[in-house]
Design a protein around this ligand. Sequence first.
Ligand code: ADP
Ligand code: 5GP
Length: 212
Amino acid sequence: MSVQKAGHKNRHKKQGLLFVISGPSGSGKTTLLGKVLLTKVLRRKLAKSISVTTRSQRSGEREGQDYFFISPAEFRRLHKAKKILEWTRYLGYYYGTKKDALEKSLASGRHLALCLDMRGALRLKRLYPKNTVTVFIEPPSLKELRKRIAGRCCQTKPEEIERRVRLAQAELKNSRRYDYVVKNNNLTQAAARLGDIILKEIGDFKTTARCN
Ligand code: ADP
Ligand code: 5GP
């Protein structure tokens, strides 16, 4: 289920769009986007922006595909050199979007999907108001969210799970600041809804994203 809050008219036709996917940790951003990126209609049109982060790699995560895992010193160097377009600090770690890759993508007309927190979503909306579409992924409940965070990776410590759930409670209050809200109850339905939002925004009304 989703709610549309804003239209995106008069955008620069030749430029790519930025689809910013936000939501609490464990709400399903990575999983849903992964499914959408596998669909026949979207895999040629949409690429995922790969952030840099100073947090350690989880089992199953791939360098350069999920994140670029870098040291705090490297993050500071990139930031000082103005190569980071937007960034955030989450549970003591830094996360950021590199400027060159994003601007290249926009200029070439390629659409990009980014999994960012609210700070990042609002920053991109300010920087590229006509080209940014924000989508909030809502978990069915906090109980289910806790279960998903715990089930995701055996390395997540119980106290970190609780910190992520506490942050989620605050994040859920801000869902109205997004263009769309997608509830991630049933995975297949939520992925199809996210795919349909993206197709609608890029102007491909005729097709539907089939996410199995
Ligand atoms: P995020 O990227 O928002 O932090 P993930 O995509 O890593 O969240 O999802 C967290 C966990 O929840 C993963 O183990 C994923 O497989 C699971 N998950 C995601 N969506 C659903 C869903 N609709 N039903 C059940 N499990 C889900
Ligand atoms: P995680 O550790 O669960 O992968 O990510 C923690 C939080 O950081 C999530 O809300 C995620 O969307 C956000 N995040 C990841 N990369 C970036 C980024 O480059 N910029 C911003 N602003 N947030 C990010």
